[in-house]
Ligand binder design. Sequence first.
Ligand SMILES: Nc1nc2c(ncn2[C@@H]2O[C@H](COP(=O)(O)OP(=O)(O)OP(=O)(O)O)[C@@H](O)[C@H]2O)c(=O)[nH]1
Ligand SMILES: [Mg+2]
Length: 208
Amino acid sequence: MSTSYKVILIGETEVGKSSCFVRFRDGKFVENLVGTIGLDECTTEISFQSEDKKSLNSANIQLWDTAGLEKSGRLTNNHYLNSRGVILMYDVTEYSSFSCLSMWCEEAERYTNSNAPNVRKPIFFLVGNKIDCTQTEIEISEELSQAFAKKRNIPAENVFRMSVKTSKGFSDMFSAVAKCLSANMKPTVQHNKEPFAKALQDKGACSC
Ligand SMILES: Nc1nc2c(ncn2[C@@H]2O[C@H](COP(=O)(O)OP(=O)(O)OP(=O)(O)O)[C@@H](O)[C@H]2O)c(=O)[nH]1
Ligand SMILES: [Mg+2]
C-alpha cells in the first residue's frame, strides 16, 4: 500500500492537458492524440531535491486528465474530489485560453471548497504550455501570467512555463509540484498499484 497526491489538470480545450498526461505516464510526446471519454489517471514517482539540496526525496503523484469531459460540461466534483494540487494549464500562444482561467479557478475553488473540518484546499499551480512556439506566436508573457497569479493568490514559485512537446520545463514543474505538496499537504490517496517507473526520466528530453 502506498500513498500519493492527487493532482488534476484543468484548462481550456487544446492547451495540451492530455499531451501532458501522456508524457507524465509514458515519458514521450504523442502528436494527434485520439480523445477518450472519461477520466484518466496515472501514478508516477517524482523525485525532487531536499530543501538543503543535500538529498533526493520523492513523492507519488497521481495525475488526472479530464479526457474531454470538460467539453460536455460534465466535469464535476468527482474530478476535484480529494485533489491536493490543481494544475491550471493555458496555451501561451492562445490568449483565449489564458483569459478564461478565472472561470477555471472559480470552478475548482467551488468544487474543492469543502466545509468539512481538517480538509485543506488544494494548492494551485499556473502552467503555460507550448513555449517551443516562436516568439511571434507567443501571446502571453511571463509578466502577464505572474500578474494573474498574484491576483489569484498563487505564489510566484508556483508559476511555470513549459513545452510538453520538447519537454523543456516539464520535469522541473512536476518536481516542484511534488516538493510543494509533500511539504504542505497530507497524501490522501491510497492504492495497491505500483507507481509507474520513473516516467520523468525523459526518454525524449530536449537539450535546449
Ligand atoms: N507546439 C506544441 N504543441 C503542443 C504541445 N502540447 C500539446 N500540443 C498540441 O496541442 C494540441 C492539443 O493537445 P491536447 O493534449 O489534446 O490538448 P487538451 O488540453 O487535452 O485538449 P482537450 O482534450 O480537447 O481538452 C495537439 O495538437 C498537441 O499535439 C506543446 O508543448 N507544444
Ligand atoms: Mg485532452
